[in-house]
Design a protein around this ligand. Structure first.
Ligand code: MN
Length: 131
């Protein structure tokens, strides 16, 4: 075992894949032998991901605040601290903060054999996001 206390610099979510201000901190416990990738993702109010899929699905665990998640064809659903969301492999979805509150979640995914963890699609339309 080893303990990592030195945090890598936070990375801002790029504008082509995120709307608004989103910061990502990788939880750097991943070793070459595992394809597990974990991030703590911090969404400013009103910010969110674009639509996307994950090859092996995704676990989201909300640690702070209130946010929103939507799967293709489903309603926009509220999530809050303590909630855990399972996204199916290949399921088109987005997640983000609520309109007036920050939201932080842990995001865990398993990379595909080629290293892919996410496939990006279009941004969430403004008429879908409930401001
Ligand atoms: Mn996702």
């Amino acid at each position: 075992m080893h303990i990592t206390r030195q945090r890598p610099a936070s990375v801002q979510g790029p504008a082509e894949n995120f709307a608004g201000t989103v910061w990502l901190d990788e939880i750097s416990a991943s070793q070459p032998a595992t394809r597990l990738r974990m991030f703590s993702v911090h969404f400013a109010p009103c910010s969110r991901t674009a639509w996307h899929t994950h090859p092996h699905g995704q676990v989201l665990h909300v640690t702070e605040g209130e946010g929103l998640v939507q799967r293709e064809g489903g309603p926009v659903e509220p999530i809050r601290a303590g909630d855990t969301v399972w996204i199916e492999p290949g399921e088109l979805h987005w997640h983000g903060a609520a309109p007036r509150t920050f939201m932080t979640h842990i995001a865990a995914v398993e990379a595909a054999e080629d290293g892919t963890t996410i496939t990006w699609h279009d941004h969430v339309d403004d008429d879908v996001y409930p401001v």
